[in-house]
Design a protein around this ligand. Structure first.
Ligand SMILES: Nc1ncnc2c1ncn2[C@@H]1O[C@H](COP(=O)(O)OP(=O)(O)OP(=O)(O)O)[C@@H](O)[C@H]1O
Length: 257
């Protein structure tokens, strides 16, 4: 793991009309880490992710990815950056009228227009299998899959372009504990195998304890602390103490053995 930030955010401000969501927010994401992003509901975790991937234009501040300011990048540079990341949105966001394979092919068709059908099918099947789905899930429609399988299919699509950066918005939400643990394990394995950096929004304490290298806590419109769980526990912010030392936090620690 390198200390060189792959994402660097300085003095970020986001607002919707009068509602200020972020103000003076700073954050570094280090290469090769799984950074867990936590915070109360509505604190702006998804908005933060959307600003990094260019879906939400900040009111002020700087965001650099791989050393490039995204607001200063040319259209071509932005396209090149977009190729380097994959995103799994909160609800999976698969196209319901496309099969799993066709969903995985969407970004491939967008970025690599010269790929023929056979190669597209081969890459899609490879990505599907990589996420632990059986190959026969590829021709199925999202409605024919379980919630956990749909998450994996969404992950397969996020990995379509061989990204170096993966954004996951509450990937284990809605999964049963066994399915959630298996999904966590998959993320950790893929991170190791593919050398990914992962920006992971979650409410899932087990995910934080099991696979996150560091955690960023959002409260009061900014990142109030970043560090390992031990480092966070050493701070005296009431939300952090309540979150990690409350009954659920203690249960997650007990589950680690
Ligand atoms: N497109 C939008 N237009 C107006 N307000 C928005 C928009 N997107 C987000 N918001 C507001 O910004 C705030 C932060 O939303 P966001 O979805 O980032 O929260 P979150 O921390 O991800 O919450 P949760 O944990 O519940 O998913 C909320 O008050 C939300 O209503």
């Amino acid at each position: 793991m390198s200390d060189e930030p792959i994402i660097s955010i300085r003095d970020l401000k986001n607002a919707f009309g009068d509602q200020v969501v972020h103000e003076g927010l700073d954050l570094d994401v280090r290469q090769g880490e799984i950074l867990g992003v936590v915070g109360g509901s509505g604190t702006g975790k998804s908005v933060l992710m959307r600003s990094i991937i260019g879906l939400q234009e900040p009111v002020a501040g700087e965001i650099s990815i791989l050393g490039e300011r995204i607001d200063m990048a040319t259209a071509e540079e932005n396209l090149d950056l977009r190729r380097r990341w994959g995103v799994l949105f909160q609800n999976g966001a698969l196209f319901s009228t496309l099969t799993v394979a066709e969903n995985v092919q969407v970004p491939l068709r967008e970025f690599y227009k010269y790929l023929d059908e056979q190669l597209l099918n081969e890459i899609a099947t490879y990505k599907v299998v990589m996420t632990g789905l059986p190959a026969d899930a590829a021709p199925k429609y999202p409605s024919e899959l379980s919630g956990g399988m749909r998450k994996r299919a969404g992950l397969a699509r996020a990995l379509a372009l061989d990204p170096i950066l993966l954004f996951l918005d509450e990937p284990t939400a809605g999964l049963d504990p066994i399915g959630a643990a298996a999904f966590d394990e998959l993320i950790a394995e893929l991170k190791e195998a593919l050398g990914l950096t992962v920006f992971l929004i979650t409410h899932d304490l087990d995910t934080l304890y099991t696979i996150c290298d560091r955690i960023a806590v959002i409260a009061d419109k900014k990142v109030i602390a970043t560090g390992t769980i031990e480092e966070l526990l050493a701070t005296d912010h009431p939300w952090i103490q309540e979150y990690f030392n409350g009954p659920r936090g203690r249960a997650a620690v007990a589950a680690q053995g």
